[in-house]
Each structure stands twice: as C-alpha cells, then as structure tokens.
Design a binder for this molecule. Structure first.
Ligand SMILES: Cc1cc2nc3c(=O)[nH]c(=O)nc-3n(C[C@H](O)[C@H](O)[C@H](O)COP(=O)(O)OP(=O)(O)OC[C@H]3O[C@@H](n4cnc5c(N)ncnc54)[C@H](O)[C@@H]3O)c2cc1C
Length: 402
C-alpha cells in the first residue's frame, strides 16, 4: 500500500495544471493517465497552435445548467494569470481575432510549460496507467490517525490519498484517449450527471441541400447563424458532409436535434434594398454576376442553379422576386440531420451536475476530498480559448484546496 496527499486522474489540461499548482503548495501529487502521452488535446488544439485563453473572458461565453457556478473560479484564476505564466516561460503568442490568444509556434510550448511546472514541483507523473477499484475509505477502515480518504488501484498497485481529483475530460475524440470515465466515477458516488452531448461540432446535412454542400465544399463565407435565440457572426465552411467553420461550431452547442438553423449568407447588407438600387444602376447585370461580386462565382452559380433566376438580368426581376431572392439568402433555413458527433467534436456539453460541487474548490459537497475539474464538469465554453481557461481556472480552484 502506497500513500500520497493527492491523486489526480487525467493528465490533460486541467490535471496538469492542478498537479503543478498543488505540488507547488507542498502537497505530494501522483498524476495518472492511461494514455502514452500527457496533454494530447493540447497538442491538437487551435490547429496545432493552442488557443490557450482569450483576452475577453466573460460569463456569457459559457454554458451550464447553473450559469453562476463557474464565476468564482474564473474570477480567481483569470486569463491574465495564465498569460503571466505563459510569459514567465517565454512563450511567444499573438491575438488572432476577438481576443483569441494562440502560440506563435507549436501548441507543444503550452504542454511543455505545464510539464516543466510539474517536474519543478516534483509531481509524480505516470502514463499508461489504468485506474480501477476507486473507493472511499471509511473512518473505521482507515489506519488510526490517518488522513487518507480514498483508495484506488493503479496498474494493479494499491494507493491511498487524502484528496482525489477527477480530471479525465469528456468523451470527444476517443482516438486521443478520451473516455467517459469521469462520469462513471460520478455515478459511483451517486452524483447526478447531465447526459453529455457533442459540442463545437460540424453539422451533417442530408437530402436536397447535401448536394449544395458537396458542390461548395471548401468554400467559406462570413455568415450570421441563429438558433434558439442565439446568434453568431463568424465564418461558415461548406464541407462534403455538411456545414462547419466557427459559426457552425459555435451554434452547434445550442442546437437540438430537429431544430432548424437560420443562416444569413449576406449579413452585411439588406439584399432586397440593394437589389432595387442595383436594378436602377445596372439593369443589364445578370443576377448571378451580382451575387458573385458579393461572394464567390462558385457560390453564385451553385446557389442560383436550381432556381428560375439563374439567367435573369436584374431588370427582369419584379419586387416579389427580389424579396424572395433576398429572403432565401438572408434567412436560409436548414435542418441538419445531426452532428458529426464525438469523432470530431471539440468538447462535450453536460457532465457532472455543478450543484453537487463547491464553486470555490470543485470539491464534492457530500464527499470531502473528492474533486471534479475541467471538461468533466457541466461547464462548456464557446470556441475561442474559453474551454482551456475553464480547465486552468477550475484546476487552480481545486489545487488551492486539495
Ligand atoms: C481538436 C480539438 C481542438 C481544441 N482546441 C481548443 C482550443 O484551441 N482552445 C480551447 O480553449 N479549447 C480547445 N479544445 C477543447 C480543450 O481541449 C478541452 O476543453 C480541454 O482539453 C479539457 O481539459 P481537461 O483536462 O478537462 O480534459 P483533457 O484535456 O481531455 O484531459 C483528460 C485526460 O484524461 C485522460 N483520461 C481519460 N480517461 C482516462 C482514464 N480512464 N484513466 C486515466 N486517464 C484518463 C486522457 O488521456 C487525457 O489526458 C479543443 C478540443 C479538441 C478535441
């Protein structure tokens, strides 16, 4: 039987951060992961450059069944704290857009920084380690005077610890070692879990609109997409399977099966009004050439091909036709057949019910010494560095308490 102050399961973003910070407080920390490498999602993130936080962290960029839960942790360990850590390690970074901070070079800089912090504070990191038989140690079962509260088996070795932190993330991208392990631990301790679903994920389109997506695959347009009273103005990408790009990933976290998306493909103009003006100015101009000027030739050709207006000049359009064309472009209604699911999702929505956790420490209220941090908790951020900031902030909240 071996003993340590803290055992953290999951050496991803949250687990590495929590381990380094708890060990810096003088706690002995054992950090376990079943994968052959720590922080695989960090390496994949941000297109290989890791969008590690955002200058504009705000509470309305998070989803949770309890919209107050995440405030305390995010306020106490902020984006500025993480930026200071990045700067301390001399990692070059830049703002891409709207406050999103990326490494100038590779995402491995962030992973190496966390590993260096763990090593400097003597965290015992063990990879390729499977965990089983987690149990709480009853008072009568603990050795007299011992603070040990949890016991588990790691690669067959028996361990006891005072604090057990579950940082195993969500089930998105199983090929990177993602599992639903954290939800199972929660269920073992009778903690409610909001059914996880894929978030920040591309849509699959079937039926007649699939052909359009296939034809336009690779084309990106700035759009405004809305669903369930949420609106995002970002780029949309047509793919062979359907629709992707930041606008679609963002709205996917709000979309429910059966919902329509309403997409404004020309968000920067009032199409009906502009068409009327252009009709006076350039009556002989073909509608498809006008549309190509506003977007791309390929889009204009494919969008108008199935319509009666493909070969019309602007002068040939009456008021009703212009209104119909504008409506089609500015309120395109599309009903996705589904999403690409966990195979490509950046996050899992849902997770451990936050009502069972302390918002200050991430400790389970009914089970002192047991903590859940990061994506396994029912807190999900928008695209743009918000999910990593939640991982860092929730990790530090727990690290100060374990
Ligand atoms: C492709 C991709 C790109 C992304 N890009 C960004 C981005 O640029 N910015 C951003 O903010 N967010 C991004 N995200 C989301 C971000 O990666 C996650 O929100 C974040 O990694 C969650 O941190 P975590 O520590 O909770 O979980 P993870 O980082 O997923 O870590 C969980 C760890 O637990 C381990 N584990 C799982 N099950 C077990 C088990 N049974 N036993 C032992 N260990 C286990 C895993 O191997 C893993 O190492 C991206 C996600 C993906 C998939």
């Amino acid at each position: 039987m071996q003993q340590t102050d803290v055992i953290i399961i999951g050496a991803g973003a949250a687990g590495l951060m929590c381990a380094a910070q708890a060990a810096a407080r003088g706690r002995t920390v054992l950090l376990l992961d079943h994968a052959n490498k720590a922080g695989k999602k960090i390496l994949m993130s941000g297109g290989g450059r890791c969008n590690f936080t955002n200058y504009h962290i705000s509470f309305d960029r998070y989803l949770s069944h309890n919209p107050h839960f995440y405030k305390s942790a995010l306020k106490r360990y902020t984006q500025w704290d993480f930026i200071a850590l990045v700067e301390k390690h001399g990692i070059a970074y830049h703002e891409k857009k709207e406050g999103q901070l990326f490494c100038d070079n590779k995402a491995s800089a962030i992973l190496n920084m966390l590993l260096a912090e763990c090593a400097a504070n003597k965290v015992d990191l063990r990879l390729k380690t499977s965990v089983s038989a987690i149990k709480a140690i009853s008072k009568s079962g603990s050795e007299s005077g011992s603070n040990m509260r949890y016991q588990l088996k790691a690669n067959g070795e028996l361990w006891q610890c005072e604090s057990l932190v579950i940082a195993t993330g969500g089930p998105s991208i199983p090929t990177l070692g993602a599992t639903g392990f954290g939800y199972e631990v929660a269920k073992q301790f009778n903690l409610p879990v909001y059914e996880p679903t894929a978030g920040l994920v591309p849509f699959v389109i079937t039926g007649t609109q699939k052909a359009l997506c296939e034809e336009l695959s690779g084309t990106s347009l700035p759009v405004e997409v809305s669903c369930r009273s949420k609106i995002f103005s970002e780029d949309m990408l047509f793919t062979h399977r359907g629709l992707s790009g930041p606008a679609m990933l963002q709205i996917s976290s709000y979309w429910q099966p059966g919902d329509y998306l309403s997409i404004n493909l020309m968000p920067h103009m009032d199409v009906a009004q502009v068409l009327r003006q252009e009709q006076h100015l350039r009556p002989k101009l073909l509608l498809r050439n006008w549309l190509a000027e506003q977007s791309t030739q390929k889009f204009a050709e494919n969008w108008l091909a199935p319509t009666q207006w493909h070969s019309h000049a602007l002068a040939q359009l009456n008021g009703a036709a212009m209104d119909e064309i504008a409506h089609g472009l500015q309120q395109w209604q599309i009903k996705p057949a589904g999403t690409e699911g966990y195979r490509t999702a950046e996050v899992a929505l849902g997770g451990v019910d936050t009502d069972t956790l302390s918002s200050k420490t991430m400790e389970v209220k009914e089970h002192p010494g047991l903590y859940f941090i990061g994506e396994v908790v029912d807190v999900t951020g928008h695209l743009g560095g918000f999910n990593f900031q939640w991982a860092w902030s929730s990790a530090v909240a727990a690290a100060e308490s374990v």
